[in-house]
Write a protein that binds this ligand. Structure first.
Ligand code: PEP
Ligand code: MN
Length: 337
């Protein structure tokens, strides 16, 4: 439930409500809005009924949260969450662009990509150093050396780094190098990983699982937030359906649904969503028109030679042209790139 304090509640009033809730074993999550404080209390609501919270000084309203996810829900927080990276705001007015290869393959490949995508309008560089591959014989990533290369690309270009972490043991190492910790679709319900990330001090990009419902996806985000890490970016990347023409079915309808249910930013990955580079520009346009806060696009200097996901990767020029086209769509829905 949430306890909405009235706008002129004093700090002592807030403290008293918090200590009353703590006595009964509630987990407390504070949200200090511009005009009022909202206290999120996670625990057994039936026990709270006897507390008489509504009669306490400074309390305006006690509102139950009806959804199974609490901290993630719009009921808990009405305004959009914005994650600020030194002035680059995810969830704000701008549509942010994350671009880069599926995997880190070499320093030259990463630097060439980084310089080019930055010039085209990206503010984040993506690239996997740990690759969870369907086949154990496929390229598994450059591991820590790959993280170092990504960090050097940040130094050179100022781009923020997004890279995947695949297990709880890897979180502290990846967090040393990355600005955003990516949870891949295959790990969306790796609850030990999510718990570890809930204590990390870096934002998390949470991809939707291959067969996850929107509610399961939001519950995974709740795991991360419940441990105190409130900086979660959701990423729609397509789901499994009976359709085989595309690699996955990109569920663009999840954008307005999630926007309605949650305050968290949502971005879209049309590369994994479709598996085919010629479909990426139109799905990017659709995503921006539908209200996505950003895009994650696979880009490679030479897609035909890519170690993985070449068929869905744009080359540097195709990416540049696509961003130019996208600016018009963003503008038409009151946003900019
Ligand atoms: C990726 O973004 O590198 C990736 C593996 O995507 P997904 O987890 O969505 O399949
Ligand atoms: Mn990929």
């Amino acid at each position: 439930m949430i306890i909405v304090m009235n706008p002129d509640a004093k700090k002592e009033n807030v403290d008293e409500v918090v200590s009353r809730l703590k006595e009964l074993g509630f987990g407390i999550h504070m949200s200090e809005g511009e005009s009022r404080t909202v206290i999120g209390a996670i625990g057994d609501r039936t026990r709270a009924l006897s507390l008489g919270l509504e009669a306490m000084e400074g309390v305006e309203q006690v509102v139950p949260i009806s959804k199974p996810y609490k901290l993630v829900s719009r009921e808990f927080k009405g305004e959009n969450s914005v994650i600020n990276f030194n002035g680059v705001k995810v969830g704000g007015e701008n549509v942010i662009i994350m671009a880069g290869p599926c995997a880190v393959e070499s320093e030259e490949q990463i630097i060439e990509t980084a310089v080019s995508v930055k010039e085209s309008g990206a503010s984040f560089l993506r690239g996997g150093a740990y690759k969870p591959r369907t086949s154990p014989y496929a390229f598994q990533g450059m591991e820590e050396e790959g993280l170092k290369i990504m960090a050097r690309a940040r130094e050179k270009t100022g781009l923020f780094i997004v890279t995947e972490v695949i297990d709880p043991q890897g979180v502290s190492l990846v967090a040393e190098y990355a600005d955003v910790l990516q949870v891949g679709a295959r790990n969306m319900q790796n609850f030990n990983l999510l718990r570890e990330l809930s204590h990390a001090r870096k934002p998390v990009l949470l991809k939707r699982g291959l067969s996850a419902t929107i509610e399961e996806w939001l519950m995974a985000a709740e795991y991360i937030m419940s441990g105190g890490n409130y900086d979660v970016i959701l990423c729609e990347r397509g789901i499994r359906t009976f359709e085989t023409h595309t690699r996955n079915t990109l569920d663009l309808s999840s954008i307005p649904v999630v926007k309605q249910l949650s305050h968290l930013p949502v971005i879209v990955d049309p590369s994994h969503g479709t598996g085919q580079r010629q479909l990426v520009p139109s799905m990017c346009k659709g995503a921006v028109a539908a209200g996505a806060d950003g895009l994650m696009v696979e880009v490679h200097p030479n897609p035909d030679k890519a170690f993985c996901d070449g068929p869905q990767s744009l080359d540097l020029n195709q990416f540049k042209n696509m961003i130019e086209e996208l600016k018009k769509v963003a503008e038409s829905v009151g946003r900019s790139i």
